[in-house]
Design a protein around this ligand. Sequence first.
Ligand code: UD1
Length: 418
Amino acid sequence: MDMSTIHVCGGNTLCGEVDIQGSKNAALPVMAASLLIKGKTVLKNCPVITDVEHMQKLLEAVGCMITKSGRTMEIDASDICATSFPTEHANVMRSSVVLIGALLGRMGEISICYPGGCVIGKRPIDFHLDILGQMGVEFSEENGCIAARAGKSENRKVMLPFPSVGATENAILYAAASGCAYQISGCAREPEIIELCEFLNRSGARIAGAGTSVITIIGVKKLSEICYRIMPDRIVAGTYLLAGVMTRGLVVLNQAPCDYLSGVFEVLGEMGADLAIAKDWVCLNGENANRSVRYIKTEVYPGFPTDMQSMFMAALSISQGCSILEETIFENRFQVVDELKKMGADIHVIGRRAMVCGVKKLRGTVVEAKELRGGAALLLAGLSADGDTYIKNDVFIRRGYENIVRDLKLLGAKIEEE
Ligand code: UD1
């Protein structure tokens, strides 16, 4: 475990402008989609984060030639040789599950191995296997690995059991260059799905309905080389808006995906933040953003995003009054609670609900990031706390933020990487 620590000296009111990086959750499936193109894909605005590095390694492991220069990535998938990912990458494979649909689409067969052969674990992939199965993929188990083979399916109409983001992406990736037509219902409607379909369509795919729950794909035989700019990251944008809220500051975000932030804007408004929203920038005045909210429930898009839940928890822990947060997507997303409590937060968890009662101030102490968004939440808490906060394990934060320390410094925070 990387033990580097972020040191935040709390109490500064943030004021300034920052550019929003490219989207992690858009970049990863688009990188996987490059496997379907027998030639070059150029991605612009590709975020420089460790999750993208992991995906790069997996693509290279199956034969892609990749060059990177800053935020531009060139992927040459002319010669794909392998139909499986080397086991040393099995751990990171979990977060790159969309490679299943993409590599199956390209090669017609793949084998998926997990350490200990455990597939149905903490982050199950049953929905992925279910939808691909409906589309004709045949699975068999061999020595703890799953062998998958593209088959003929009479099912042209298939349905997801739950609007899983990754499973929707896997189905799209599998179908896009299959030469067959599919209508997929029960799809996730996240902006990152729209982005993936936009990328594929510009490369010659025929996909309609992205952003709705029914997506129709007329599979083509061939996709062409393409240069594509990745959309800005809506969760990073939400993070920096909350930095403004927590320090009662004034924050301007440039290159912000405002169209996709309405659920977040709504709750910020409820908290008393003053927002000026343009197409691709937003200005937040957090001077009076000190109100609690009655109830927030995480939901599939367009509902309130689970990825923002722990950061709002941090912000609400210094608001006036009590708020209820309900987590309905991932049951283990309250790991940050104990760390926030160390900083003096008043939070009670009962099952999937947390009651957050605002305290006057949090106090700085040593805390530990346990996952990506919870880590960012602790950093936000540190910005507003009395004294110094040390956030250990910033390796989790670097999975999704290019350089959160640099960005918050730009906004006037006293923050260092140690
Ligand atoms: C994606 C995002 C993640 C975000 C999540 C929900 C990426 C890389 N990650 O994750 O940041 O928090 O959407 O917006 O885009 N599930 C199953 N079986 C499956 C698949 C999922 O039970 O086969 C469950 C999950 O455990 C979870 C829920 O379904 O409880 C939603 O998961 P899903 O929408 O698939 O999220 P991801 O695609 O993994």
